[in-house]
Write a protein that binds this ligand. Structure first.
Ligand SMILES: [Zn+2]
Length: 284
């Protein structure tokens, strides 16, 4: 500890606030990508010998952790963000009642378009299905806003949650049965029904359910607003509140909900924004 503190105090504080940092390979942080649907890693210009500052983005708390003896914010960027607008975090240091603005820049990113054909009932919703979907959407939005300060993620690098080829369709603008719908909020892993689904990191089961679009679903809370979501399962082998190690089985691949066939839909959330899971996984 003494050596670590000494080294920390010797490091020059050279980077200005608002600098986004590249991420070392093998570090506990995701790959930085300051784009819509990506992760901005924003230097808060506070040495980690000081208490951890709090940071907010668009009114939501964001994950702050140590990197190279400094505090950095690991910010989920929404797919719908306007990159032309200035982006800013509000940072507050312990013992200081004032917020400080930490500005950062985003680059544009254009995502592909994807055309899919699914069962008509999952595109033109019957009134009872629409009412069900709206209830579920409200519930899921509330779950995904969770910011659990009692748990610190051991790492922000994830293990692959199912063996199978990965799609690179995160962010794709989707057209179901010729009708435009929300962009794809995750990665699809092609695998047969029954393939084990594993928790991508240590955490606690925050939600399980059977939802109109997502089918049988598990959401795992890794702490500080870092969540993972697993959809279209054929079986759920865990329960709400259960503590999980990285790689713990939570269910089986299936084809429940709105699908074209069996696969695992895998999403990653930071500060209630879905971000590209590829940024958190080892290279394919
Ligand atoms: Zn998907």
């Amino acid at each position: 500890m003494l050596r670590r503190d000494l080294l920390g105090s010797l490091l020059p504080l050279a980077l200005g606030a608002g600098t986004t940092l590249p991420c070392r390979a093998g570090a506990a942080l995701p790959t930085a990508a300051a784009v819509p649907g990506g992760v901005a890693i924003v230097d808060l210009a506070v040495g980690s010998d000081a208490p951890r500052p709090a940071a907010r983005y668009n009114g939501r708390p964001v994950l702050v952790r140590e990197q190279s003896r400094r505090w950095v914010a690991v910010v989920g960027i929404g797919l719908d963000v306007d990159v032309a607008q200035p982006q800013a975090l509000l940072m507050r240091r312990e013992g200081d009642p004032r917020d400080r603005r930490v500005v950062f820049k985003l680059q544009p990113k254009r995502y592909a378009e994807q055309r899919l054909t699914v069962a008509p009932r999952h595109v033109e919703l019957a009134p009872e299905d629409l009412a069900r979907h709206e209830r579920e959407r409200t519930h899921l939005a509330q779950v995904l806003r969770s910011f659990n300060t009692a748990r610190e993620p051991a790492t922000l690098r994830l293990v692959l949650p199912a063996a199978g080829p990965r799609s690179a369709t995160f962010g794709a603008r989707r057209i179901f049965n010729n009708q435009p719908r929300a962009p794809h909020s995750g990665m699809d892993l092609a695998a047969p029904t029954g393939t084990p689904v594993l928790s991508a990191a240590a955490g606690e089961v925050l939600d399980v359910g059977d939802y109109f679009f997502n089918g049988h679903t598990v959401i795992v809370d890794h702490g500080l607003g870092f969540l993972t979501l697993y959809c279209h399962l054929s079986a759920i082998d865990t329960e709400r509140g259960k503590a999980l190690d990285a790689g713990a089985p939570i269910g089986k691949v299936g084809a429940s909900g709105r699908v074209t066939g069996p696969h695992l839909h895998f999403s990653v959330y930071l500060n209630a924004q879905s971000v590209d899971p590829a940024l958190f996984l080892p290279p394919a």
